[in-house]
Design a protein around this ligand. Structure first.
Ligand code: A2P
Length: 276
């Protein structure tokens, strides 16, 4: 089966397509609308957005206009990182549903263990509150799966120790060179599916000489090597693109990187991402 049609089965039985379209930094309006529409037209059935991306309305509109039945598309959104209360999470979820114009959501994640403006802040109590609100929405049938994003093993321990449901998903930055071994091992042990955001290192990884060399060997593009690498590490990559040719390229990953080449890629170390 082609990679674009493969899925992970979450611990509650829900199927999560392995490749999703990322929409971080995709502008609301035409850009988000057309990216999502192009992805769906080309076989993607998994779209990742967030309240914080401010493009939920365009994402929802594209999904409606695609003509594909809603239940055939897996849609994720995320609770804004500064919302760390039970009531706040319930309210924010209603806003997300309204913006998307949906009756239900497939996956809702706590976007980060701390507000983006206060990285590292101890929000353990607030994360438990927010997750408990998500549990209640899950039980009410408003969300098919619940999870977290950017959570370390310590952040996950906090949820496992104080909440009822083990998160179904942890979405983390993951790409060639970024060491996420401890988090991935923790997730495997607790049957939490790992989603890989920024699988191309927001594009910077594509200039890596060793990745370019590997791509030439397989006669594919560096982007395809990066995405295939995430799949072979049993994570669900969420590449972002606003260009149709790239959206198509990013799902054409039906080749196998040999173990010796995976080992070669494993030796690449570091985070090439730069923010202007
Ligand atoms: P664009 O949206 O203009 O196509 P990541 O998914 O790691 O966050 O990376 C996203 C970045 O990589 C974006 O700048 C995107 O640009 C670019 N990108 C996505 N797919 C490809 C591709 N197949 N080839 C080259 N650049 C790509």
């Amino acid at each position: 089966m082609k990679a674009i049609n493969q899925y992970f089965t979450l611990s509650n039985g829900v199927k999560l397509p392995k490749i999703g379209l990322g929409t971080w930094q995709v502008k609301d309006g035409d850009e988000a609308y057309h990216s999502v529409l192009m992805a769906l037209k080309n076989g993607y059935r998994h779209i990742d957005t967030a309240e914080g991306y401010q493009n939920e309305a365009s994402v929802g509109r594209a999904i409606k206009d695609s003509g594909i039945p809603r239940e055939e598309i897996f849609v994720t959104s995320k609770l804004e990182s500064h919302i760390k209360s039970y009531e706040g999470a319930l309210k924010a979820f209603e806003q997300t549903l309204k913006a998307l114009d949906f009756e239900y959501l497939d996956l809702f994640l706590i976007h980060a263990p701390w507000p983006w403006s206060e990285i590292g802040k101890d929000c353990k109590a607030g994360n438990v509150e927010a997750f408990k609100a998500m549990e209640s929405l899950y039980k009410a049938g408003k969300i098919r799966a619940i999870g977290v994003s950017n959570f370390s093993p310590d952040d996950l321990d906090n949820i496992l120790n104080h909440c009822e449901i083990v998160p179904h998903v942890n979405q983390i930055a993951y790409f060639i060179g970024l060491d996420q071994k401890a988090t991935i091992e923790y997730c495997r042990k607790h049957n939490i599916v790992v989603e890989a955001y920024s699988p191309l290192g927001i594009g910077y990884l594509l200039k890596n000489e060793d990745i370019i060399k590997t791509a030439e060997k397989y006669q594919v593009s560096p982007a395809q090597i990066c995405i295939r690498y995430c799949l072979q590490k049993d994570t669900a990559p969420l590449p972002k693109s606003t260009h149709e040719a790239r959206i198509i390229m990013n799902k054409e990953v039906d080749f196998e990187i040999k173990p010796e080449d995976m080992a070669f890629l494993d030796q690449i170390k570091g985070d090439p991402r730069r923010w202007n």
